[in-house]
Write a protein that binds this ligand. Structure first.
Ligand code: G6P
Length: 619
């Protein structure tokens, strides 16, 4: 949530910052802003409501020269999304400019204190308190910017990633983090000296350098134009930076000929999942190799239960993971909304394994949930996509999805990546616990290997969805139904539609429908039913009858060759046959495509739906 970019070196900063903002726009797009110090020592701040393109247009005639700058794209938390509340914020003397990601919880008391000391505020934001506080510390302690930031942050309660520049010292960029991610990229200027890039994630940096440093919580860094980098903690104890090489390629951040990132990411799923299982699933030896499990085998063998914490789409994949692990490993699994778990005094035992599932690895509630579990001595396991993310680093062990960067705000390939990773994890534990017969284990391994090809088939055979999506643009509501493994798919299908088309949709366990939602069904109501020819097929057929007799419109996801449900449906999407537990990996694809094409037909901004952000780093 909110994206930060920064640069100091010998190149013009503006093009680097703007490009970086475009790459980070998925984190928020309520407003955007930029601060630059030009060669004459003028500190200029430009900001605009709305997207980065609006900022670009508004500065077209302005002086955007300078080799140091910071920039920000905002997802509003405090104060409405207008130009005044947009970042960067000046200090009172306009000597400092600061951008911030996070929430300052004690901003009211800090603001009152600063106002009593004669400081006047221009915005309603918690961020302005930070920049005013830093300047206040500079003046009251007669110290330099770096020390002032240290002193200021000692008084701050909350989460932050900040970057700050100073008009009177244009050769230094200072940044700090606690609870919100910040990465420093170390490049080389023409003169051979280091130049520094800053990003909320690696996407604005990778084009220039692959050498990065992940700042840790409560660390402050000073980047000097001469190439000097200094990192301390809040108590001024020097920290040794660890240079890491990014595993990210630029073309992964482009649309590659697709009109939207979301469509690209939907189509990427077969290959993304092949990468995800590569080296982990061995069909020849009939084995599953997850080093995160192998290295901590005892923890999984001895634990009495697993708790999975997640939010949003990741919560849906966690639910599928629960069904799979309970079935395969005979181990109780609880799935928790991280935001609830962290505040309700849950019972956590030292012999619990707590798994965090998070695409970004930065979701504030999920991070806080595992921090709570850590305090209770539980073993922490992370399932994240973003390498080096906060959750990946805070957990004892884990597995990366390796599905590549996901940029569309609506999660697609990360969802299927999470499901398949949870299946691998379940199989790996089942192997250690010997809870599956060899025959069943081998069969599940073989079938999992087939899934990427079956996904490809599903994509190729559901291209026609674009042709009839138009028919649903008038709808105000949708119901999604599924049973067993497909209940979470119904939840996910409904979420996708809500997120990007703004049509209200509810996911329900199919049999629960008669306890309420069936009252909503009439000839206007499309009901999407996931009805594979497996497990509870006959029961789902009965559920479809109940809807039909109330004149609801049936859109079904059916197994190839099934003419019964097809015959009962107004529209059908076909998927290949697979084991019950793997059906979600295929059934979700037509639902992703349906929501995508309905949203496109409604003229929505698919990749950047209103009010949403991809990485929710505030609670
Ligand atoms: C946001 C995103 C969702 C995502 C959720 C959890 O709401 O828009 O797509 O599922 O956060 O994010 P995470 O990165 O933890 O999976």
């Amino acid at each position: 949530m909110c994206g930060i970019v920064g640069y100091i070196g010998t190149q013009e900063a503006y093009p680097i910052l703007i490009k970086g903002l475009h790459r980070l726009e998925y984190r928020g797009y309520d407003s955007a802003g930029i601060a630059l110090i030009n060669g004459k020592g003028t500190l200029s701040v430009y900001k605009e409501k709305g997207k980065v393109s609006a900022l670009e247009a508004s500065v077209a005639e302005s002086d955007t020269s300078g080799t140091i700058g910071i920039a920000h794209t905002r997802w509003a938390t405090h104060g409405e999304p207008n130009a005044t509340n947009a970042h960067p914020h000046y200090s009172q003397s306009k000597n400092l400019a600061l951008v911030h990601n996070g929430i300052i919880e004690n901003y009211k008391s800090l603001r009152t204190m600063l106002e009593k000391n004669g400081i006047t505020f221009c915005s309603d934001t918690d961020t302005e308190v930070l920049v005013q506080l830093v300047e206040y510390m500079q003046h009251s302690h007669n110290c330099d910017l770096f020390t002032a930031v240290q002193l200021a942050l000692k008084n701050v309660i909350g989460a932050y990633a900040i970057a700050i520049i100073e008009k009177t010292h244009p050769d230094r960029l200072v940044c700090a983090r606690k609870g919100s991610p910040l990465i420093i990229g170390v490049g080389k200027s023409d003169n051979g000296r280091a130049e520094f890039y800053l990003g909320s994630d690696a996407t604005p940096i990778v084009e220039y350098t692959k050498q990065v440093i992940y700042l840790n919580d409560e660390e402050i860094a000073s980047m000097d134009r001469s190439g000097k980098l200094e990192i301390t903690n809040l108590s001024n104890v020097k920290q040794t930076p660890q240079l890491v090489t990014l595993q990210l390629d630029l073309d992964q951040l482009e649309k590659g000929g697709f009109p939207h990132f979301m469509l690209k990411e939907i189509w990427e799923q077969p290959n993304a999942l092949r990468t995800c299982i590569r080296g982990r699933l061995n069909v020849v030896e009939k084995d599953v190799l997850l080093s995160g499990i192998i290295d901590h085998k005892e923890k999984f063998l001895n634990c009495k239960r697993i708790i999975i914490c997640a939010c949003g789409t990741s919560w849906h994949s966690a639910l599928i993971g629960k069904y799979f692990i309970e079935e395969a490993c005979q181990l109780p699994v609880e799935v928790e909304y991280a935001s609830e778990f962290r505040y309700r005094n849950p019972v956590i035992h030292p012999d619990d394994v707590v798994i965090a599932v998070s695409q970004s690895g930065e979701t504030a509630d999920t991070l806080a949930a595992i921090q709570l579990a850590k305090e209770h001595g539980a073993f922490l396991y992370g399932i994240c996509n973003v390498i080096g993310s906060s959750i990946a680093r805070a957990t004892d062990s884990g597995t990366y999805l390796h599905v590549g960067p996901e940029i569309g705000v609506a999660s697609t390939k990360a969802f299927t990546g999470q499901v398949i990773t949870l299946c691998l994890l379940g199989l790996a534990i089942a192997k250690e616990k010997k809870t599956l017969s060899d025959e069943m284990f081998h069969m599940l391994v073989d079938e999992l290997q087939q899934i990427p090809d079956k996904m490809q088939w599903t994509l190729e055979n559901n291209k026609h969805i674009d042709q009839f999506a138009q028919m649903f643009t008038y709808c105000k509501n949708f119901i999604y139904l599924g049973r067993g493994y497909n209940y979470p798919v119904a939840l996910e299908g409904a979420l996708k539609l809500k997120e990007i088309s703004y049509i209200h949709a509810e996911g329900y366990p199919a049999a629960e429908m008669k306890h309420g939602p069936i009252a909503l069904v009439d000839e206007e109501m499309p009901v999407v039913v996931i009805a594979p020819k497996r497990g509870m097929y006959d029961k789902v057929v009965s559920n479809i009858q109940e809807i039909k007799s109330r004149k609801g419109k049936i859109i079904s996801v059916v197994t190839k060759g099934d003419s019964v449900v097809r015959g009962m449906s107004d529209y059908s999407f076909v998927i290949p046959d697979t084991r019950d537990c793997y059906v979600p990996l295929l059934a979700v694809i037509p639902l992703q495509l349906l929501s995508y094409y309905v949203a496109v037909a409604k003229g929505r901004n698919v990749d950047q739906p209103r009010n949403l952000a991809k990485s929710v780093t505030v609670e």
